[in-house]
Design a protein around this ligand. Structure first.
Ligand code: NIG
Ligand code: FE
Length: 466
């Protein structure tokens, strides 16, 4: 490596207007203040000790490495996209070619630190009010987690004005951005009336294009004993009001929430309204949800804690339509063939916070399933927005390798959202880039709880530090 790591070296802006900046100065918000070394123009990141591209076979990568790791690397961002990524030794010609001989607008020497694609958090519930700290405290004292706790957040959310929900969403998204999340999915599901669900997806849509309609989260109290009538509402007026703001439909298929038959109705109605399918299933016990999701061609089925062999086989088999060079484990995130299957999205923050057994990631990976990691950030089962924590838990508790966990939190999340423009750093991909204050990505698991995100670029604009 040409650039040995330096303790807290800061970001040295080698050529740009403005004074040098130091990581860690951002305290709140996610405002896109351009700052030195960023903007819609071009930024050359040099001195990258270890670059995760998630592009197998890209310049400077090792044979058969799905994470496309490059040491002593350079990344060029231009016009909001990655223009080139590869080894420093090839950079001079490649950068000159990519910029048609122009000099980059800014060059930033990152001093030997590690760079990864921005995290893709494909599962959150961030439109809510209130918290459930007392429920968490009681759970830590021995009370089990139950799906019914959702109803207390429903009451607080219904009572909250739009601005309170909007401010909470912005606060949590800012928190996520400071931890390296550059793409985030947000679900409704704490409204459970036509008006409250419509409001939730509308507010979510102000913040992200990845909006999921989860009217079928639980049966609300006013429909107790009349679950089928509630499903009629979800599939009728509620879907009609929400579909224009949403990209996805989701259902909680679980004992205490919705049966497989009810779940199928909701998902088929959503699909008929033009929404993509994703499912919460097999979180609290075994059931038919995973196979239902695969059968309906869902992009992802999330939780996957209690699986039987047929579930694992269905998840792995869902990728058999993919072309050989885009099969699971290759890390490929571009090309239509790569989006055929159903991703198993694991949410280790839930098991951490509910003291449930962690899902068996090795069983899924070894069977050839595609695994994503997401935060499930919500006030009940997993009140963390931290993708670095999810990576650390996946490595420590679920026996994923660091490479697998980082891939699953970036490229895996992109596949779970059927996005080919994020989760990897190849020419043409979105310039969503995270600089770690560490010499390697291993530190994400090795140094749990430590704020390791030194800088974040989103669409080529430096969000942090501001
Ligand atoms: O993904 N499983 C269902 N929904 C959420 C929990 C929501 C809550 O407890 O408020 C989840 O874990
Ligand atoms: Fe969830």
């Amino acid at each position: 490596m040409g650039h040995p790591p330096v303790p807290n070296p800061g970001i040295r802006v080698v050529s740009a207007a403005g004074s040098p900046v130091t990581p860690g100065s951002a305290s709140s918000g996610r405002g896109p203040g351009p700052g030195p070394g960023s903007g819609g123009g071009s930024t050359l990141l040099t001195g990258i000790g270890e670059l995760t591209t998630n592009v197998p076979g890209g310049p400077g990568t090792g044979d058969g490495d799905p994470t496309g790791l490059v040491t002593d690397a350079v990344v060029l961002l231009d016009g909001g996209r990655v223009a080139w990524a590869g080894p420093a030794r090839e950079a001079r010609d490649a950068v000159a070619h990519a910029l048609d001989g122009r000099a980059p607008d800014a060059t930033v020497d990152v001093g030997g630190r590690a760079v990864i694609p921005g995290f893709v958090d494909s599962h959150t519930h961030l439109v809510f009010a209130g918290d459930r700290a007392a429920e968490f405290e009681a759970r830590m004292a021995g009370r089990p987690y139950e799906a019914g706790g959702i109803r207390s957040t429903v009451a607080a959310t219904r009572a909250a004005p739009d601005d309170v929900l909007r401010a909470g969403l912005a606060r949590h998204l800012g928190e996520a951005a400071r931890q390296g999340t550059t793409t985030v999915e947000v679900k409704s599901g704490y409204g459970l009336t036509v008006a409250d669900e419509e409001r939730a997806v509308r507010l979510a849509r102000e913040a992200t294009p990845e909006v999921t309609f989860l009217g079928a989260h639980v049966v609300p109290a006013e429909y107790a004993g009349r679950a089928d009538a509630y499903v009629d509402l979800v599939c009728g007026d509620m879907l009609a009001a929400c579909a224009p703001h949403a990209r996805w439909v989701d259902v909680f298929c679980e004992t205490g929430a919705f049966t497989p038959e009810q779940s199928r109705r909701v998902l088929e109605a959503g699909a008929a309204a033009g929404l993509g399918v994703r499912v919460h299933a097999n979180q609290l016990g075994p059931g038919e949800g995973v196979r239902l999701a695969v059968g309906l061609g869902a992009a992802a089925v999330d939780h996957c804690t209690y699986l039987i062999d047929a579930d694992v086989a269905a998840l792995a088999g869902s990728w058999s339509r993919a072309a050989p060079d885009t099969a699971p484990g290759t890390g490929a995130t571009s090309g239509a063939e790569a989006v055929a299957g159903t991703v198993a999205t694991l949410l280790p923050g839930v098991e951490f916070s509910t003291r449930q057994p962690y899902p068996d990631a090795r069983r899924l990976l070894d069977a050839g399933a595609v695994v994503a990691l997401a935060s499930d950030c919500n006030p009940g089962s997993s009140y963390t927005s931290s993708m670095p924590l999810c990576v650390a838990l996946a490595v420590r508790e679920m026996r994923m390798t660091v490479a697998e966990a980082v891939w699953s939190a970036t490229a895996g999340g992109a596949l779970a959202l059927r996005r080919d423009d994020v989760g990897h750093l190849a020419p043409g991909a979105r310039a969503d880039v995270v600089l770690l204050d560490a010499p390697s990505r291993v530190h994400l698991a090795y140094r749990p709880g430590v704020p390791l995100v030194a800088a974040v670029w989103k669409d080529g604009v430096r969000l942090l530090p501001r």
